[in-house]
Design a protein around this ligand. Structure first.
Ligand SMILES: Cc1cc2nc3c(=O)[nH]c(=O)nc-3n(C[C@H](O)[C@H](O)[C@H](O)COP(=O)(O)O)c2cc1C
Length: 413
């Protein structure tokens, strides 16, 4: 048997932190800044990661098991590792964008979620063969939403994620990166000092330009009207901002409409409160993602991981509960599962990988995470992620944040 150097398994980076550092060096500052994101003072974004570090593990020294399984069935799909690609509407990270991410998801047998603000079309992404869930915000009128759902279904999307948590909080204490309305010559000249030093990034997009005549696309092709042109990112954002916020009746309508169009799962992303989770069950969703949008939304929302146990205890028997926010290593995945999540979604982690090395970089990130899950299972002497329970963790007092527990809400009135 040939002896392989185990550190060579992930030849580009051995942790998500290293991938992030590669991305920072590689990307022009405004593009990197858009990935770091966060809102206001950055409290929720920081807590998403810090909270994972408050949780400990208690490993066994003997009795570990030689074979360990990470397979899980979530939203009707069996995936080899409980890590799903979260939708991110990010542009200009890599010329292959979401297509590269989808190829990596397909190669590693997980679910790809595609943002309606993505730079690649749902048709291009499903053509990779990845199991694709299409994500929609509540934007446009009902007829427009039906048209977008119909298109996603026709393209082969196998689930719909409705992200309804966005509250249009603008402004960051560290300043927001400039994103041009269009990457035309004027914008190129203005941004030149920030991109001029990023040789490989420029070269990658230069190659795209030579092959296709196209500069990085800051448009949202999935929001194009039938036969019409894709709106710019800002045009799409304006439509979203000016759409009246949805009611629970609207959520029910969206779920029902998607069921009629596609018959595949409907997932509500952005749930933070027990009462909202219960209402989501009433609205007939297949699952929820407990999330504060990676800390990019209403700052001061607790870390997603702090909200997992109370919500999973309330609705985890009835629907699939997943979480996202702050997952950077396999042990984070294990902690989320032990607290009651069926799987996790990752955002920035795969974006760092994409920036650092395209499809292979995303695969590398997925491998780093599944390798970490496997190590944690081994240390905990478990044969499967399905066995994970809160008692496998060291949980400090007061760790959980149970928001909107109905009795508490009533008592507080
Ligand atoms: C740059 C960026 C863009 C995002 N765009 C979207 C989006 O278009 N739709 C959506 O549902 N969530 C979006 N999210 C949120 C992610 O899906 C996910 O909730 C979050 O990134 C999880 O936190 P993590 O980045 O710490 O893993 C975005 C997140 C980031 C960082």
């Amino acid at each position: 048997m040939k002896l392989e150097n185990p550190w060579k398994q992930n030849p580009w980076f051995e942790s998500v932190a290293v991938a992030q550092e590669r991305a920072r060096k590689h990307l022009p500052q405004p593009v990197y800044g858009a990935l770091v994101a966060g809102s206001e003072r950055g409290q929720s974004s920081a807590d998403n990661q810090a909270a994972f570090a408050e949780l400990g593990l208690a490993p066994h020294v003997v009795g570990q098991l030689p074979e360990r399984s990470q397979a899980t069935t979530v939203f009707g799909h069996t995936i080899g590792s409980p890590v799903i690609i979260s939708p991110t509407g990010v542009q200009a990270v890599h010329p292959d964008g979401e297509v590269a991410v989808a190829r990596a998801a397909a190669a590693r047998g997980t679910i790809m979620s595609l943002s309606n603000f993505a730079s690649k079309s749902v048709e291009e992404v499903t053509a990779t063969g990845a199991t694709t869930f299409f994500q929609m915000y509540w934007t446009g009128d009902r007829d427009t939403m039906i048209q977008r759902m119909t298109r996603a279904h026709a393209a082969g999307a196998q689930g719909l994620i409705a992200t309804l948590d966005w509250s249009f909080s603008m402004g960051r204490d560290w300043g927001s990166p400039e994103i041009p309305e269009r990457v035309d010559l004027k914008a190129m000249i203005r941004l030149a000092p920030k991109v001029a030093t990023k040789g490989r990034w420029l070269w990658q997009f230069g190659q795209q330009f030579r092959e296709t005549g196209k500069l990085p696309d800051l448009t949202a092709p999935n929001l194009a009207p039938p036969g019409g042109e894709a709106p710019t990112f800002f045009g799409a954002y304006y439509e979203w901002m000016t759409t009246p916020p949805p009611s629970w009746e609207d959520v029910g309508w969206m779920r029902e409409t998607w069921a009629q169009i596609s018959g595949t799962p409907f997932v509500l992303k952005g749930v933070c409160r027990v009462d909202d989770a219960l209402r989501a069950v009433d609205a007939g969703v297949a699952g929820i993602s407990i999330s504060n949008h990676g800390g990019n939304n209403l700052d001061g929302t607790p870390a997603a991981i702090r909200m997992v146990r109370p919500i999973a205890e309330a609705v985890g028997e009835q629907i699939d509960v997943v979480m996202d926010g702050g997952v950077r290593r396999g042990s984070d995945v294990v902690k989320a599962l032990a607290l009651g999540a069926k799987a996790v979604l990752i955002g920035r982690a795969y974006l760092w990988g994409l920036a650092a090395n395209g499809q292979a970089g995303v695969e590398n990130v997925l491998d780093v995470l599944s390798g970490g899950v496997d190590s944690a299972l081994r240390g905990l002497a478990l044969s499967s992620t399905a066995e994970l329970r809160p008692e496998h963790l060291l949980i400090p007092d007061g760790f959980d944040r149970a928001l909107g527990v109905p009795e508490q809400a009533a008592a507080g009135r």
